[in-house]
Write a protein that binds this ligand. Structure first.
Ligand SMILES: Nc1nc2c(ncn2[C@@H]2O[C@H](COP(=O)(O)OP(=O)(O)OP(=O)(O)O)[C@@H](O)[C@H]2O)c(=O)[nH]1
Ligand SMILES: [Mg+2]
Length: 380
């Protein structure tokens, strides 16, 4: 892998103290790191970054997402962007993205052992599994790089050397929209309220992508019951018959606490899953993996629905119905969003929270009532 540290990125950016830096990751591979002075005006900031996994070919889409991010939030707050890639970024990607923000931009290469096959997965068997997934029409199941991407976001991104200095991340994908102004700092909100995971959309996963994920998760739960807190979110993801109800937080939008993902509890779950080869023999997404981990290890105050952040990724969108800050989306769509066909997981989330509050009120008033398992939501 080649990197050119002779480029003078700074000369393009009049008005900013700017350094072009060339560093190496833990494996001695080059990492580009451009660094600009942080935006002024917001004294108190969290140790946080906007994280974007992308290829050079995603550049146009990344720039479109950055335009929204900057206009709605980051021009005011100046959080750095960390761009990660399994290959070195080209000059064009670097120059165009750093020109799109006044904030710091960092460019990192993913260590090959975080993007390849682990020793316990036979690449030929994985290729056969992908062929079978193609035959069965499993969405993206036949794309080798998609499997690596899902495994990377599930188990490794939080350990990237460029993220070491940060406690929180906001995941951003190419071609997403942010519809509303955000006039507070969601990272500080998370820090001050001990929120470990934030979402805007929760939907049902495609069952064909995760045939054995729930059974494997249950095995993990059975073997690690002492590391699972009593106050958890498992009833949000568990159907009345004990199966996975497929609800997950849609991870193309994520605000998260990196230390949650770096924790022993989270990593023991990831390692348990990874050992089965399910990221390759099935098409386990990082979204259900993150969500099931949140359901096991976090409680309802540690997971936050950022309902005031208007957001679209492909054909799914969330448009706030309340706390509308200059939103460029139709609030009525929020109603459609919560319709039974699409909003079933949101309805479950709200019902779950309502049931928890009711149980808390009963406990506070001195009554002890046993909750019927699974009977806390309406399926719409
Ligand atoms: N560097 C790199 N990034 C990737 C690769 N595959 C996907 N990504 C990035 O990983 C994220 C998720 O990939 P997507 O292809 O958008 O996956 P998705 O959101 O499930 O699929 P869409 O619905 O098509 O958007 C995006 O930020 C992509 O840019 C890859 O092979 N290399
Ligand atoms: Mg996407």
């Amino acid at each position: 892998m080649q990197a050119d540290n002779s480029r003078n990125y700074g000369s393009r950016r009049a008005g900013y103290r700017f350094l072009a830096r060339f560093t190496h990751n833990v494996h001695g591979q080059p990492i580009y790191a451009g660094e600009a002075a942080p935006a002024r005006g917001h004294q108190k900031r969290a140790k946080a970054a906007i994280v974007v996994l992308a290829r050079d070919s995603d550049c146009d889409g990344v720039l479109r997402s950055m335009e929204h991010m900057e206009a709605r939030f980051n021009a005011k707050f100046g959080y750095p962007y960390v761009f990660l890639n399994n290959e070195p970024f080209g000059t064009d990607f670097v120059n165009r993205t750093l020109a799109a923000t006044a904030a710091r931009t960092l460019y990192g290469i993913i260590p090959p052992e975080h993007w390849g096959y682990p020793s316990y997965v036979d690449p030929t068997a994985a290729a056969n599994a992908r062929r079978e997934m193609r035959r069965r029409g499993v969405l993206y199941g036949d794309r080798e790089s998609y499997h690596h991407m899902c495994r990377y976001y599930s188990g490794f991104f939080h350990f990237h050397p460029l993220l070491r200095e940060f406690d929180f991340y906001w995941r951003m994908e190419p071609d997403v929209h942010y519809y509303c102004d955000l006039d507070y700092d969601p990272f500080l909100y998370m820090q001050e309220n001990s929120v470990k995971y934030g979402f805007v959309i929760t939907i049902e996963e495609l069952p064909a992508t995760i045939p054995s994920l729930w059974a494997t998760t249950q095995e993990f739960i059975d073997g690690h019951s002492s590391s699972i807190p009593a106050a958890n979110l498992l009833d949000f993801v568990r159907a009345p018959n004990g199966d996975y109800n497929l609800c997950h937080f849609w991870s193309n939008f994520e605000l998260g606490d990196l230390n949650f993902f770096r924790s022993k509890a989270y990593m023991s779950y990831f390692d348990y899953l990874d050992r089965t080869g399910g990221f390759f023999f099935e098409r386990w997404g990082d979204a259900p993996v993150h969500s099931l981990a949140a359901a096991m290890f976090l409680n309802s105050t540690e997971v936050h629905f950022f309902q005031d952040i208007g957001y679209r990724h492909n054909s799914y969108k969330h448009c706030p119905a309340v706390q509308r800050n200059n939103c460029a989306c139709d609030a009525l769509e929020a109603v459609a969003f919560h319709s039974p066909s699409f909003g079933v997981c949101h309805a479950r989330w709200e019902a779950f929270l309502a049931a928890q509050e009711a149980a808390q009120e009963r406990a506070d008033s001195g009554f002890t009532v046993t909750q019927p398992r699974g009977g806390v939501w309406q399926s719409g």
